[in-house]
Design a binder for this molecule. Structure first.
Ligand SMILES: [Zn+2]
Length: 78
């Protein structure tokens, strides 16, 4: 499988998918079987899993996370 973005090689792996909730906060799904480009990092999520994630995101108020991550944020002021 080739990357849609750059034509690089897509590797099959279990990875993390980052989604944004309606309020702008992040939510991360991990352990998702997906293809990721070794060159640019573009992800392709197989349909069944994209549907799963989409279904969960549609009812985002009902999400009960398995763990909470703390993410470093850097604000650059120009
Ligand atoms: Zn690529």
């Amino acid at each position: 499988m080739k990357c849609f973005e750059c034509g690089g090689e897509m590797l099959e792996m279990h990875g993390s998918v980052r989604m944004t909730k309606k309020d702008g906060s992040l939510i991360i799904f991990k352990g998702i079987p997906l293809y990721q480009c070794r060159q640019c990092g573009e992800q392709y999520i197989p349909g069944k899993w994209a549907e799963n994630i989409g279904g969960i995101m549609r009812d985002e108020n009902a999400i009960s996370p398995d763990e909470i991550m703390t993410v470093p944020v850097i604000a650059l002021h120009g």
